[in-house]
Each structure stands twice: as structure tokens, then as C-alpha cells.
Design a protein around this ligand. Structure first.
Ligand code: ADP
Ligand code: ADP
Length: 226
């Protein structure tokens, strides 16, 4: 089964009002195990809406979301949340790290919440931080880190519980171009090194070209980009 399968998704906001905005008009997508897929979309095309539906943070008006072959449609909020916490990692343009905790603690906390022991969580956090080149920054709080370092830590946090699927929304969008390239490379190494699948939204076509496939979201539908 594909790790993520979206079929015939439709979504409108403010349905049935004069301000109705139709964002998705039958969007289809499949991501196989280990595949890293780029999603490019003009601003306002519905990229965040699509990622939120794929990550079970929002529901479509119609269509089916399957995670590892399992149809999520009829599931209770509680079961959707459980699936999201186990199977999906999120990365945003801004890091959303907890300011009062160190880098290491930010990566360890989701593991502790998931039942890991303190020793396991610390060991995995240390390993993840080392893999993205910020091991020596582990004991600093986010405010003491550069923008690029903050994003690297956010990637580690997203992967802390070893999800099958990473959903990233402009993960290097707030960094300057030189830093963005390096930090993006760190994300790609992390993802390919763990064999997970990823859907990564970006405006940067050079970064997109480094992924296995490039898809475009436009006019509410998803099409391949050659
Ligand atoms: P993108 O991430 O591609 O910029 P979004 O998914 O955020 O696009 O938004 C797609 C469209 O839906 C935009 O026109 C946006 O203004 C609109 N939209 C997004 N969220 C809401 C909402 N909660 N209520 C009404 N309109 C929304
Ligand atoms: P937690 O397990 O930490 O309580 P949740 O299960 O609520 O987190 O959410 C999982 C991920 O989705 C987190 O990375 C969180 O930042 C993100 N998230 C939760 N709600 C929203 C939302 N409404 N919009 C965007 N991202 C969200």
C-alpha cells in the first residue's frame, strides 16, 4: 500500500455563503514508501489546506484519505489524532519549538509523550541532532540558535517518533537562499537516511528538482511536473 493516498479530494471554505472559496476540486495523490515528493503551488492555491487534510488536521468535503492503506474517512477524532501522532511528522516555515526547553529537550519531549524512557528519548534526540549537524547546540534554547539551526532542530522533532510520513510546508521558506540550501540538504539526508516518505511543499524549483518527483497543485487539482 502507498504510505499516503488521496483520492478525489474536494474542499471549500465558507460553504453556502456568498464568500465561498473552492480550494480543492478532485485532488489525487499517491506516495510510495521511501518516496520524497515535491509539491509546488502558486500562493493561495491550497497547499496548506492539502497538507492539513493529508495530515489529518482537517477533513475534506468529499474524497478519501488513506494512510498506509487505511481509510481515515469514518474515523473518530480520537483515532485520527492517534494515527497522526504515530504516523505523521509536520514541519512548517517557522519552527514552533518550545522556547523554554533546550534543543535536546524539544526533540526528546514528543518521545516521552509517546511512552519512551528518558534514556531512549535522550539517545535518539542526540543521534538526530548529530545527523543534522547541531549536536554541539543540543543544550541551547531555541532563542540562542540561528534560524537555520532552529529549523534543523524542528526537523529532528518532527522525526522524533519515527513517523512514516513527513509533511513539510515551505520548510526553509524563512531562511536566506544560501542557508536554505544547506538546511534543505540536511532535511533530505535525514529523510532519505530513515527511508520515510515525504511530501514537501516549496516555491523553490531547484530544491523541488532534487526530490524523486515533482507535483503541481493548481486549479484545485494535482498534476505531475516534467
Ligand atoms: P496556500 O497554502 O497554497 O497559500 P491555503 O490552503 O492556505 O493556500 O488557502 C487556499 C485558499 O483558501 C486561499 O484563497 C485562502 O484565502 C482560503 N482559505 C484558507 N483557509 C481558509 C479559512 N479557514 N477560511 C476561509 N478561507 C480560507
Ligand atoms: P501534540 O501531539 O503535540 O499535542 P497534535 O497532535 O495536536 O500535537 O498536532 C500534531 C502536529 O500538528 C504538531 O506538530 C502541531 O504543531 C500541528 N498542529 C496541530 N494543530 C494544528 C493546526 N490547527 N494547524 C496547523 N498545525 C497544527
Amino acid at each position: 500500500d502507498p504510505v499516503l493516498s488521496l483520492s478525489g479530494l474536494t474542499k471549500s471554505y465558507k460553504r453556502g455563503t456568498p464568500g465561498e472559496v473552492t480550494v480543492l476540486r478532485g485532488a489525487d495523490l499517491e506516495i510510495a514508501a521511501g518516496e520524497v515528493v515535491a509539491l509546488v503551488a502558486p500562493s493561495g492555491a491550497g497547499k496548506s489546506t492539502l497538507l492539513h487534510i493529508a495530515g489529518l488536521l482537517d477533513t475534506p468535503d468529499s474524497g478519501i484519505v488513506r494512510i498506509s492503506g487505511q481509510d481515515m474517512s469514518g474515523r473518530s477524532d480520537r483515532r485520527r489524532t492517534a494515527t497522526r501522532r504515530r504516523d505523521v511528522g509536520f514541519v512548517y516555515q517557522f519552527h514552533h519549538l518550545l522556547p523554554e526547553f533546550t534543543a535536546l529537550e524539544n526533540v526528546a519531549l514528543p518521545q516521552l509523550a509517546n511512552g519512551a524512557s528518558e534514556a531512549e528519548a535522550q539517545a535518539r534526540a542526540t543521534d538526530l541532532l548529530a545527523r543534522v549537524g547541531v549536536a554541539e547546540r543540543a543544550d541551547h534554547r531555541p532563542a540562542a540558535l540561528s534560524g537555520g539551526e532552529q529549523q534543523r532542530v524542528a526537523f529532528c522533532r518532527a522525526l522524533a517518533n519515527a513517523p512514516r510520513l513527513l509533511l513539510a510546508d515551505e520548510p526553509t521558506g524563512n531562511l536566506d537562499p544560501g542557508t536554505s540550501d544547506q538546511v534543505f540538504g540536511a532535511l533530505m539526508d535525514l529523510v532519505t537516511g530513515t527511508g520515510m516518505s515525504a511530501l514537501i511543499a516549496t516555491h523553490n524549483l531547484e530544491l523541488a528538482a532534487r526530490m524523486d518527483r515533482v507535483l503541481r497543485l493548481e486549479d484545485g487539482a494535482i498534476t505531475p511536473v516534467e
